[in-house]
Design a protein. Structure first.
Length: 243
């Protein structure tokens, strides 16, 4: 696994998201809605929907919210179509920032994203300006109820199609090829005492940028401002938030 900085950044991001669990409902509802609109309402055949439903479960999203969203998406209630939009730019100290959004109003979302960059030491760039610094990878985070036999688990991960694994206390970070993500997730679900906290195809940076305390605070403020938008689904970056 490439360095500890990626792992530290995941914990940094996950901690912020845990504090805003309620706001995640809106984002996950959009993800469920769009997954159903594009791939149908059967999670067995719609992998995007299955991933979105897993996220809903992780944040204890009420079943009524989920059912209402699916009903909207299948035409049972009036709804809208969301467009997937990517924004790229630079944060403090030249860090690369890659933003994925679902929106029904591109102009509104673009204005929000630009304002977040401008107010927090960054600048919104052209499409393609930073995407080459990232690779689409499968990413899983597992939480174990008891100490892990790392060698045994690594063997299972590799057999399922995973590429590598890192363990911190009783939390496991796994990277896979995106095509292997669903199989690895399925194999990990069968393990006793293991909970899948996160499983998604993510943009993983090739090179991290170390930040001093001032720049780290500024970068954290930028990421938080971007994530605060209801339209933003994911914010990926290569800022190295060292512990």
């Amino acid at each position: 696994m490439a360095g500890h900085s990626k792992w530290n950044n995941i914990k940094h991001r996950k901690g912020r998201q845990d504090e805003k669990r309620g706001k995640l409902f809106t984002k996950i509802s959009k993800e469920i809605y769009q997954a159903v609109r594009t791939g149908g309402e059967n999670p067995e055949t719609n992998l995007a929907l299955r991933a979105a439903l897993d996220k809903a479960k992780q944040v204890n999203m009420p079943k009524d919210n989920i059912d209402r969203t699916i009903k909207k998406a299948t035409g049972g209630l009036d709804g809208v179509d969301y467009e997937h939009v990517v924004y790229e730019g630079y944060g403090p100290a030249g860090t690369a920032v890659y933003v994925e959004a679902l929106t029904e109003n591109r102009n509104r979302t673009a204005a929000e994203i630009r304002l977040a960059f401008n107010k927090n030491g960054g600048s919104l760039g052209e499409n393609g300006c930073v995407s080459f610094m990232f690779a689409r990878r499968g990413r899983l985070i597992l939480e174990a109820e008891q100490p892990i036999d790392e060698e045994e688990l690594l063997l299972l991960v590799l057999e399922a199609g995973g590429d590598d694994m890192q363990v911190s206390e009783q939390t496991v970070y796994i990277e896979t090829d995106p095509a292997s993500l669903d199989n690895v997730r399925g194999q990990m679900k069968q393990l006793d005492g293991i909970t899948i906290a996160e499983a998604e195809a993510a943009m993983i940076p090739d090179v991290m940028v170390e930040l001093d305390n001032d720049k780290a605070e500024q970068a954290a403020a930028l990421i938080e401002a971007l994530e605060d938008s209801d339209d933003v689904q994911h914010v990926y970056h290569n800022a190295d938030f060292m512990p």
